[in-house]
Write a protein that binds this ligand. Sequence first.
Ligand code: SF4
Length: 373
Amino acid sequence: MSVGLYAHLPFCKSRCYYCAFYSQTANDNYTLYVKSLINEAEHEKDFLPTKTLNSVYLGGGTPSLLNVQQLATLFNGLKNIFSVADNAEITIEVNPDDVTEDYIKDLKMYTPINRISIGIQSFNDEELKIVNRRHNASTAKKALEIINKFYDNFSLDFIYGLPLQTCESWQDSINTALSFNPKHISAYSLSVEHGTYMEKMAEDKTVIIPDENFVVDCYNIINDMLDKHGFIHYEISNYCLKDFEAKHNTNYWNDGKYLGLGAGAHSFNGKIRRWNVASVDEYMRLAGIGNFYGKENIDKKTAYNEYIMLGLRTKKGINLDNIEKYFGEFYVINTKKYLSQIPYNHLIVNGLNYNLNDEGMLLADRYSVLFVI
Ligand code: SF4
């Protein structure tokens, strides 16, 4: 059983135009926020079935807006409440603009962080500028040179289907990424979410959002390029060298248990899913003293639907033995019925295990709807 802890740091210096995550640009009381995270951890420590963590993930927002002392305080506080497994993965998301040699050196020296996830998105300045990223390609390259000196295990995040992007610029971005020898790359297709500035720009026609064919081309390009460099495409948007799967995210995809700390964070303990209030002020007022979350009990049907949805997005796939064991015969019959509706050239069958190939994974969400009970 794998158990993770997520801490949400919902602060950004500026808003990227496509972003729909909860974060705010006004608050900079990070010290008080860290205290609230520790208070919440203490209050919620029994939510998980064990106090030994296999992964810790600091995400955002922009966790790298916190200085190393604030991060060290957070880890010291958590250490008094939880223990970490020997091979635990401890990740921080960083923005290229925040990376300096001193910062990364001190992270390595004063915190247990052993993996860095850096939000590159593109190595093309026009593409970065049109979505209002605060870094440029040169800053990103310098940041990677620094990270490479201190950390072996780091991951680069990209977005494809960006306005102004071409197949050539996308290939250039991937080639530049590979020149830094990362162990892991995530690549997400741009999604124009409701309420974002990008949505307004698309409506006003101040940007042209690339069409679906271009997005499919980009997906095929990255699959081919990374495959040639020995990367395993282990989840629809994630690629890694052998043994460098992101443990924390893999736990989510395996329907594993996790406690989410911070404003807007989600938690799941196998039976209950909870989500914290998405307001930093409310969160800091109530953390450690009261209930500030919504919650939902996860019944068998919901758990099965999630198992299928998550499984079809991964190389691990879905397994009929597991479905029988966890859900029962009725669910096996349902699964077989709808597996037979997936075109054979999208499906890889290995005994009782079924997973989608690269082409099929692109349609994973559409296929998983078929199985819904
Ligand atoms: S840095 Fe990340 S969380 Fe902040 S606005 Fe940009 S995409 Fe959103």
